[in-house]
Unconditional design. Structure first.
Lengths: 326, 470
């Protein structure tokens, strides 16, 4: 398969997955911001939104354009802003553009599904966004992403292109899993103490579980109260959860072994190391190391893996030796 | 206009014999059903995404080309003549191309003025003494044919660079078979769907010597190009890669594709980008669409380009009047298909005549294409006539003029119902070790009443074209 085709398919999948994860991330921030304790106290606390921007690395870009962190502005910036390269709007557009360049490599249904998403997205004005409300928008994004996933699984031939799309999905999902944990873990100690703090924590952690569609899985697996340790364990180490780091890294490893045809290639080695870390890691060790240290180290290694994927498959240069003799 | 030839009806208004079965069907099929099928066709075409970006229109980059369900039908006897004429013409054009880039016998014999060829901007000196595989330069040709007067066929234009539209020939046929299977059950209509297979055969047959399993690729400028759909369609139907310039590189005069499994050699490139953009080291240096070193690899015989660079000299409108002469010179045969009478404005007397009769004539730029840079005298305003007159006087050699042909018409569904609209016809001729001609082609229809311009970029539509086998 052409490098460019593989690259476009990989990024089509990444961008749709990114739109969904952005929606989930906005969902977390919104849920945390709206927690009853805070509104009761009558405080307008944009801390959750600042952390959301921070987790996405968008604080400088946002500040430059909009100045102070204001909930409604951040929402618009993350959801609808055509200038923000990391908004839901631009992600849907980018997914459709990459697919448009590869119409021959995907099924008609897949392209039409992306077209539907893009045309609806383009039509959605600020006013309608306001009047429909955020939950409805988040549902829409998740439904569009689910639709594309479904039509991909249901119609696309199981060729190399399919593998690159899977790779894109899980690379992106792993990336956002870390960012979402980061939002919660980077929270500074709150002013509340004792039971109030505990209650607040409970709500915040359940907000994260809801946004990750992980609440039911958590209940089924742990059957006990929601604690930060268990939520972290579920999201990092449990393959039972389809959005966990463990599930993502194990899928990435399988795809890369299939694609490279060599379990000992550098790209498979790096993926294997990440998969091993989530498969055999223990939450106590992670917490002992410090969650933020662990997460940022994991993110760096995920970036390195993305670079290796580029090098190995997607950006072949002239310098490599021809594989086929003349 | 009484002298307009109606493809479907004779002078008494009765359906011609080759249209009888269709006419019958039209009579017995309830109009609401036809209307429903037309809507279905529109919906299906939209789904398939047959779209055509039109240069100069900002927001309409996915406009639909209208499709009309009334087919253009060609009886077997007429097709036989057309086929023989096309074969003869394309054979001569290829011999001409090979000749002018080698010994230039036709120029030496004085049958075509040397300066017309050698000083033409479409003549590529880079191609001198290049031995194209099999001597074939124009592997894919689209010959534009019109009918005028009492139904005589004329060649209006030869397209030998990167002729487009063949995907519509195939898609239109698929659409008709899907919508109206009963029409195909009752008659023997020659199939055209194997065109991609024939194309692949032809491309493989011109691969560099000694390659047993040549790798073919389709080279496109990318999805912003107006014919991108067709490029993707043909690549997919042939089962070969659709590549852009950036996907290829050249080392040691050998062309490779960048694939996820490393470089893979390419032997034949069906290129859908113009000569100018093929190789920035030889042609336009600002081109980012091409591949540096591609031309050198081609000259070294390590890759075949289809069509070869430099074919534009043979379909140049200034050279067009000499095609019958090529047929006589190279084949020693009388041309089977006639040219449209053409005034060459570089000749003083033709210029004088044209300026005196501008409002009756069609004037075309010799290097123009797609219906742009063209004056249709009878339809032009005084201001347009005056402007063209100035342009012609400033550089007469840049123009040719032809009588305004009364193109034949074919019934077409328009808002008011079935009405006659002008049509032309582009069959496709493939030249490799052998010549293949798909029995059919693209019929374009001018949807505006009275309009003679059928180009899709100017509001034209398409029809399925049936060649009857019995």
């Amino acid at each position: 398969m052409l490098c460019r085709t593989a690259n476009d398919l990989y990024w089509t999948a990444r961008h749709i997955e990114r739109a969904e994860n952005l929606a989930r991330l906005v969902d977390v921030a919104q849920r945390i911001e709206l927690l009853p304790e805070r509104t009761e106290a009558g405080r307008q606390d944009p801390a959750a939104w600042r952390r959301a921007l921070d987790a996405l690395g968008l604080v400088p870009a946002y500040t430059k354009r909009h100045g102070a962190v204001v909930a409604s502005k951040v929402l618009h910036y993350l959801c609808l802003d055509a200038e923000n390269p990391s908004s839901i709007y631009t992600s849907v557009r980018a997914a459709r553009e990459s697919a448009r360049a590869q119409r021959g490599a995907i099924t008609v249904e897949m392209y039409e599904d992306l077209n539907t998403s893009w045309f609806d997205m383009r039509k959605l004005g600020h006013e309608q966004f306001e009047s429909d409300g955020l939950p409805r928008f988040i549902e829409w994004v998740k439904t569009r992403s689910a639709s594309f996933r479904g039509v991909t699984v249901g119609t696309m031939g199981r060729d190399e292109g399919y593998q690159f799309m899977r790779l894109g999905v899980f690379m992106e999902r792993a990336d956002y899993c870390i960012r979402m944990l980061d939002i919660k873990y980077s929270e500074p100690l709150t002013g509340e103490a004792g039971d109030a703090r505990k209650a607040l924590g409970y709500y915040q952690w359940s907000a994260l579980l809801y946004a990750m569609s992980a609440f039911e899985t958590y209940r089924r697996l742990y059957r006990t109260a929601i604690t930060p340790e268990r939520v972290a364990e579920l999201m990092i180490l449990r393959e039972d959860l389809p959005r966990s780091l463990a599930a993502c890294t194990s899928a990435i490893l399988a795809v890369l072994i299939t694609l490279s045809g060599q379990p000992r290639s550098e790209v498979a080695r790096q993926a294997g190391a990440l998969a091993a870390e989530t498969r055999y890691g223990r939450i106590e060790e992670i917490l002992a190391e410090g969650m933020d240290v662990y997460l940022s180290r994991f993110m760096q290694r995920l970036f390195a893996l993305a670079g290796e994927i580029d090098r190995h498959f997607l950006l072949a240069g002239d310098v490599s030796t021809p594989a086929v003799a003349a | 206009m009484t002298d307009r030839y109606d493809e479907m009806h004779d002078d008494s208004g009765k359906a011609r014999s080759h249209y009888r079965a269709f006419d019958q069907w039209l009579t017995v099929t309830p109009p609401p059903r036809i209307e429903q099928k037309r809507r279905e066709a529109e919906f299906l075409f939209h789904r398939v995404g047959i779209t055509f970006a039109v240069y100069g229109e900002q927001d309409a980059d996915e406009r639909l080309i209208p499709f009309d369900i009334v087919p253009r039908i060609i009886p077997r006897a007429e097709w036989r003549v057309l086929e023989a004429g096309l074969r003869q013409r394309v054979l001569a054009l290829n011999l001409f191309l090979n000749d002018i880039y080698h010994g230039q016998e036709i120029l030496a014999a004085g049958r075509i003025p040397s300066d017309l060829i050698l000083e033409n901007s479409e003549y590529r000196p880079e191609m001198r003494d290049m031995d194209a595989p099999g001597g074939i330069h124009a592997h894919i040709a689209g010959i534009d044919i019109v009918r005028a007067g009492r139904g005589e066929y004329y060649v209006l234009e030869d397209n030998l660079r990167v002729p487009s539209g063949v995907s519509y020939m195939i898609e239109n046929r698929r659409m008709m078979m899907r919508l109206f299977p009963e029409l195909f059950a009752n008659q023997s209509i020659a199939p055209v769907e194997d065109y991609p297979e024939m194309l692949l055969d032809v491309l493989r047959s011109v691969a560099p010597d000694s390659v047993e399993q040549p790798t073919v690729a389709v080279l496109t400028p990318g999805f912003h190009n107006s014919a991108y759909f067709e490029h993707a369609f043909l690549a997919q139907q042939m089962g070969v890669e659709l590549v852009e310039g950036q996907d290829l590189f050249v080392r040691d005069d050998t062309v490779y594709m960048r694939t996820t499994r490393g470089p893979q050699r390419v032997h034949v490139i069906y290129r859908r980008i113009n000569d100018d953009f093929l190789d920035p080291t030889v042609f336009r240096s600002d081109s980012t669409l091409g591949v540096p070193g591609l031309f050198s690899a081609y000259r070294a015989g390590r890759v075949t380009l289809a069509n070869a660079p430099g074919t534009g000299i043979a379909d140049d409108k200034a050279v067009y009047p000499y095609v019958p002469e090529m047929i006589r010179f190279y084949l020693d045969e009388a041309p089977i298909l006639a040219n449209v009478m053409t005034y060459q404005l570089r000749k003083a007397e033709d210029l004088r005549y044209t300026l005196d009769h501008l409002e009756e004539l069609v004037v075309k730029e010799v290097h123009g294409a797609g219906g742009y840079g063209m004056l249709v005298g009878p339809a032009a305003t005084k201001a347009e006539l005056a402007e063209f007159r100035t342009r012609i006087i400033a550089s007469p050699a840049k123009y040719i003029a032809q009588p305004t042909l009364s193109l034949s018409s074919c019934p077409t569904f328009v808002e008011s119902g079935l009405a006659p609209r002008h049509v032309d016809f582009r069959p496709y001729v493939l030249s490799g070790r052998q010549i293949h001609i798909a029995p059919g082609g693209l019929t374009r229809v001018a949807l505006r009443e009275g309009s003679l311009v059928v180009n899709s970029s100017q509001g034209g539509g398409t029809k399925d074209t049936w060649v009857l086998e019995a």
